[in-house]
Design a protein around this ligand. Structure first.
Ligand code: MLT
Length: 201
């Protein structure tokens, strides 16, 4: 592991010509969590997996929240910029093109915030159980970026209205958005993996 501004894991690509994946874990996860998902969904892609720097009762996250689903938006902005700066560092250190984010829950929310605040940081994003990260929307130009959103119809944390609003916001900013809603809750299912595999291919 190279010394960069986030604790992270990095696995180099074994297949040329594929974008690196930026793996962003959910609350209480770490840099190891999504490595198996990344390997299964994108065999041969480089994997870059940082650990969120914010601690909530010992659980690592990518930004502070005031309550479940209520975000400290100043921290969202600060942390999205900090993570985008880390991506730039890692691209330089490892010789990478702009990554495609694969984020789950809190990791999906910081990826959505980066798309809106620092669109140059990501080539695209798969947002698994994401919600609108900021109440005031920056105007981002997301043209040319593909976004996969997968929501759960029975997700107790994210109302359907909220994920639909995020999908509409990203699409109105120019992203090519595919939004799928599965008959499931907040946790990931085999169908998430299958959709992710297909989208990444
Ligand atoms: C968040 O805090 O980002 C969302 O509430 C999802 C979560 O991490 O539980």
């Amino acid at each position: 592991m190279t010394e960069l501004s986030f604790l992270h894991r990095y696995e180099p690509a074994t297949q040329p010509g594929r974008p690196p994946l930026l793996l962003l874990h959910g609350t209480g996860g770490d840099e190891n969590d999504l490595i198996p998902l990344g390997r299964m969904a994108a065999p041969g892609f480089a994997l870059l997996s940082p650990r969120g720097k914010v601690l909530e009762g010992g659980a690592a996250r990518f930004f502070r929240r005031l309550a479940e689903g209520v975000f400290d938006e100043a921290d969202v902005r600060f942390r999205a910029n900090e993570l985008a700066d880390f991506i730039a560092e890692a691209r330089e250190a490892y010789g990478l093109e702009a990554p495609v984010a694969v984020g789950f829950s809190n990791g999906a929310n910081i990826a959505a915030a980066m798309l809106l605040l620092r669109p140059e940081a990501l080539a695209g994003a798969a947002l698994l159980r994401a919600m609108v990260p900021l109440s005031e929307q920056p105007r981002a130009d997301l043209s040319g970026k593909r976004v996969l959103m997968i929501s759960g119809a029975m997700d107790p944390i994210i109302p359907a209205e909220n994920s639909a609003r995020l999908a509409a916001l990203l699409a109105s900013s120019g992203a090519d958005v595919q939004h799928e809603t599965l008959p499931t809750g907040h946790g990931l299912s085999q169908t998430d993996l299958a959709l992710l595999l297909k989208w990444l291919a």
